[in-house]
Design a protein around this ligand. Structure first.
Ligand SMILES: *Cc1c(COP(=O)(O)O)cnc(C)c1O
Length: 400
C-alpha cells in the first residue's frame, strides 16, 4: 500500500446510470429475477459473482457505496449497514461467541460501551475495559479467550489517540483481531495502513456530512465481509441491519466531497483550538503541541487532512457548559446537538449526553469532567469571525 491515496482511489471509481447518467442508477428493488433456476441455486450457495438475490444480502447501490468505502480504507471489500451501531454489533457478534472475550478501550462511543457492558454479558461475552494509551495494561487484559481488541482511533469524547501500530503488534502476537472505529478521522487516518484488521465507520458523521442520514460500514478482507453476508451464518444477513438503497446512493454522492470538507473542518478546529489555548481556556485538540499525544498522532495522520474537526473545552461544571452552549446557539454559532461532521458546529456536554451510558464514577476515573463540551467544528467560511463571537459568548458567561 505504498502509494495508497484514498481520495484518488475513491475518485477513480466510476459508475454510470443505465442511460449514461453521471451517477449510478438507484436499485429500486428488494428482489431480483433469475433467467434460470440453476443460477438462483448457485447464488444461494454464494457461487455467482455479479448476481443479486435479495436486497437484505446486497443491492447494486449498496455495493457501489461499499466499494468506494473499501477504497477509503484500502481494504479488499466492505459492507454497508443501516447504522454505525449495526456495523459494530454485527462485527462483534460475528467474531465473538459465548465464552469469548473482548478487550476494549474504555473511552469509546456510549452506544458501543453500553453494548459491551450491558448487552453482551447475557450472551456470555465479557469485555475488559482498559486505558488504551497504556499498552502494558492492554496486553495484560488479553486472555486465552480474547478474540478482539477494540478501539477508536481518536476516542470519544476525550480525544485520546490509540497507537494503532503498537496495538496491531499486540493483536498479531496474540492472534486476535484489531477492530478500529475510525469515525472521527476518515481520510486523516488510514487505519489499515497502521495495522487494523477491520475498520468501522459510522457514516452518519463526517463521511455523509449533512446530518440527514444514518449509516455504517465494515471495511475488511473479502473473507470477513463475505462471512458477514453469509446466508446461513452471517450477522449482517441474519440480524438484518441493511442500508436502504436510496440512502446508499445519497451517501455515495456526499462521499465525493469528503476530502474538501475534512481539510476545512481541521483548519477551522486548529484555528479555534490555538486561539482558545492562547486565551487560557482548557482546550484539548490533537493538533495542539500541548496534547499529550500530539507527536504520536503527527506520525499517524495523512498530514494534508490535518488533525480533525473535534475539540473539547472543559468549563468545569455542567451548568456553565449549558449556559455557554445555549448562548452560542442563540448567537447562531452552532447547534446544541449530538453527532458530528455537520457544516454547522455542533456541541454537547458529553458527560450528560453522548457518554451518559457510562456511570458517573467511571466518567470521573477516565477524566470525563461534567463541564466537558465536545465541539464538532463546522465548515465556517470565516472562522476568525466565529472565534470573535465565541469569545464574546465566553465573556458573557464568565469563562473569560
Ligand atoms: C456515532 C458513532 C457511532 C454510532 O453510529 P450510528 O451511526 O449512530 O449508529 C459509533 N462510533 C462512533 C465513534 C460514533 O461517533
Amino acid at each position: 500500500m505504498k502509494d495508497f491515496d484514498a481520495a484518488n482511489n475513491i475518485q477513480d471509481l466510476q459508475y454510470f446510470g443505465e442511460f449514461g447518467g453521471v451517477n449510478p442508477s438507484i436499485s429500486d428493488s428488494s428482489t431480483y429475477t433469475f433467467l434460470s433456476a440453476k443460477t438462483m441455486f448457485d447464488t444461494f450457495e454464494g457461487n455467482t459473482e455479479g448476481c443479486y438475490l435479495y436486497s437484505r444480502h446486497s443491492s447494486p447501490s449498496n455495493l457501489y457505496l461499499g466499494e468506494a468505502l473499501a477504497q477509503l480504507e484500502g481494504t479488499e471489500s466492505a459492507n454497508v449497514t443501516a447504522s454505525g451501531m449495526g456495523a459494530i454489533t454485527s462485527t462483534l457478534l460475528q467474531l465473538c461467541k459465548s465464552g469469548d472475550e473482548i478487550v476494549s478501550s474504555r473511552t469509546i462511543y456510549g452506544g458501543t460501551y453500553a453494548f459491551m457492558k450491558n448487552f453482551l454479558p447475557d450472551y456470555k461475552i465479557k469485555t475488559s475495559f482498559v486505558d488504551i494509551t497504556n499498552l502494558e495494561a492492554v496486553e495484560a487484559a488479553i486472555t486465552e479467550n480474547t478474540k478482539v481488541l477494540f478501539c477508536e482511533t481518536v476516542s470519544n469524547p476525550l480525544l485520546e489517540i490509540a497507537d494503532l501500530r503498537e496495538l496491531s503488534k499486540i493483536a498479531k502476537k496474540h492472534n486476535i483481531k484489531l477492530i478500529v472505529d475510525n469515525t472521527f478521522s476518515p481520510l486523516s487516518i488510514s487505519s489499515q495502513k497502521l495495522g487494523a484488521d477491520i475498520t468501522i465507520h459510522s457514516l452518519t458523521k463526517f463521511i455523509n456530512g449533512s446530518s440527514d442520514a444514518v449509516g455504517g460500514v465494515v471495511c475488511a478482507s473479502s473473507d470477513f465481509v463475505n462471512s458477514l453476508k453469509d446466508v446461513n451464518s452471517g450477522a449482517c444477513m441474519l440480524l438484518g441491519p441493511t442500508m436502504d438503497s436510496f440512502r446508499a446512493a445519497s451517501i455515495l454522492k456526499n462521499l465525493r466531497t469528503l476530502h474538501i470538507r475534512i481539510k476545512k473542518h481541521s483548519e477551522n478546529a486548529q484555528y479555534l483550538a490555538e486561539n482558545f489555548e492562547k486565551d487560557g481556556l482548557v482546550v484539548k485538540y490533537p493538533g495542539l503541541k500541548s496534547h499529550r499525544q500530539h507527536e504520536l498522532y503527527s506520525t499517524m495522520i495523512n498530514k494534508e487532512y490535518g488533525f480533525g474537526g473535534l475539540l473539547t473545552l472543559d468549563v468545569q461544571t455542567v451548568e456553565k457548559a449549558n449556559e455557554l452552549m445555549e448562548l452560542m446557539q442563540n448567537e447562531n454559532l452552532g447547534y446544541l446537538a449530538v453527532s458530528l461532521g455537520f457544516y454547522k458546529t455542533l456541541f454537547c456536554a458529553s458527560g450528560s449526553s453522548t457518554s451518559s451510558e457510562i456511570p458517573e464514577d467511571e466518567q470521573k476515573e477516565m477524566g470525563l469532567s461534567p463541564g466537558l463540551i465536545r465541539m464538532s467544528i463546522g465548515l465556517d467560511h470565516d472562522i476568525k469571525r466565529t472565534y470573535e463571537k465565541m469569545k464574546w459568548c465566553m465573556k458573557q458567561v464568565g469563562i473569560l
